[in-house]
Unconditional design. Structure first.
Length: 372
């Protein structure tokens, strides 16, 4: 793993016993204690993630808003300072370039968070479609990013700042937040289905920030959490993962992200293809399912109905909270209806499953952040 990138917290992960793996070109902890323990901590208390590998791109200039309006499916024009939206960049054929978070920091200043595996591609796509009076700056390596997630996240972080975090609403961001003497950018977003915060600071301050949060959080049960728990948490919440439920050959409408595609706004890249698909209806779409037999579904397992192939699993596994095996699958649209019976082919055997509504786990805070 010597050729992989390391986050500013790499050495600290070793100290905390992180089991390191390669992910999206980075060396990151898959777990510290266990995936199940870290998952349970986030659902009941709090977990602290290092997500410094995420891509961070600043978009500035007089035409920054217009540029992002043209580039993405969401209505960037409705944002006010300190507000964020989840959106998508699409190719002209409607396929997804990436799913992203866009924060408005000022009238002509936006902060875009993208998937780590797509950072270079996204940056190239943005530059390729850049208009005049727009500056695009890749600040990914200049910024450390932590995610504190769970029902006790606000209580823990509030113990480190005088800023009233209760006033920071869902999908809002605030700059100049002093956390244990460190100047941070803090957003109320995440990728777990729980309440929580994503915290941005300089790489040099990442270690002090991590240790300050755990010093306050440990007495109430907060622990470090890795990639494994993040994946099980996002699956329970029914969140898409690029490369699984979204891809260059999977449109946002097929992924069930219709509400994030604003076909009534001014033209944007991919609008014509998506409008046509919306009018005709999708031929396939993502659906959630629960296993009735004991098999564990995994990505790319085939799905059948009546002995005929109708799709494939995009994500799957065991839900630690619900104590069930479940997953997401891309299916022919007529089979993606709640209550439909399907077969998942696991080790060459048909295992029974049923289509269910997502999110699998209903939580008060369904955060859709970019922390993959």
């Amino acid at each position: 793993m010597d050729n992989l990138l390391k986050t500013p917290l790499y050495d600290l992960h070793q100290i905390y016993g992180g089991k390191m793996i390669g992910f999206a070109g980075w060396t990151l902890p898959v777990y510290y204690s266990s995936i199940l323990e870290e998952h349970e901590a986030v659902r009941t208390r709090a977990g602290l993630f290092d997500v410094s590998h995420m891509g961070k791109i600043e978009v500035k200039g007089k035409d920054a808003c217009g540029f992002l309006q043209r580039l993405t499916t969401g209505d960037v024009g409705m944002l006010v300072d300190g507000q964020a939206i989840y959106s998508l960049m699409c190719y002209p054929n409607g396929g997804a370039v990436d799913d992203i978070l866009i924060y408005r920091l000022g009238l002509a200043h936006y902060y875009v968070v993208v998937n780590a595996s797509n950072t270079s591609k996204d940056l190239q796509w943005m530059i390729q479609n850049k208009t005049d009076n727009v500056e695009i700056i890749n600040v990914s390596r200049d910024t450390a990013q932590l995610a504190l997630q769970g029902p006790l996240a606000e209580q823990i972080l509030q113990g480190l700042t005088t800023v009233d975090l209760a006033a920071l609403r869902f999908f809002r961001i605030q700059g100049d937040v002093n956390i244990s003497g460190i100047n941070c950018l803090v957003s109320r977003t995440g990728y777990t289905g729980e309440d929580g915060f994503e915290i941005y600071a300089t790489p040099e301050q990442a270690t002090a920030l991590w240790e300050a949060i755990l010093k306050v959080g440990s007495p109430v049960g907060a622990i470090p959490a890795g990639l494994g728990a993040r994946d099980t948490l996002r699956l329970e919440a029914g969140f898409t993962l690029y490369g699984h439920e979204l891809a260059a050959d999977i449109t946002p409408l097929e992924a069930g992200l219709d509400k994030f595609v604003k076909l009534d706004k001014a033209d944007f890249i991919g609008r014509e293809a998506l409008a046509k698909q919306a009018a005709q209806g999708v031929a396939r779409r993502i659906a959630g399912f629960e296993m009735e037999d004991r098999g564990i579904p995994r990505a790319n397992y085939l799905v059948e109905c009546g002995g005929r192939e109708i799709g494939f699993v995009t994500s799957g596994g065991y839900s630690p909270t619900l104590k069930k095996n479940l997953g997401l699958a891309m299916l022919e649209a007529e089979y993606a209806e709640e209550g439909k019976r399907i077969d998942v082919i696991i080790r060459k055997k048909r295992q029974k499953a049923v289509i269910v509504r997502t999110p699998f786990l209903k939580r008060p805070h369904r955060n859709k952040g970019k922390e993959k």
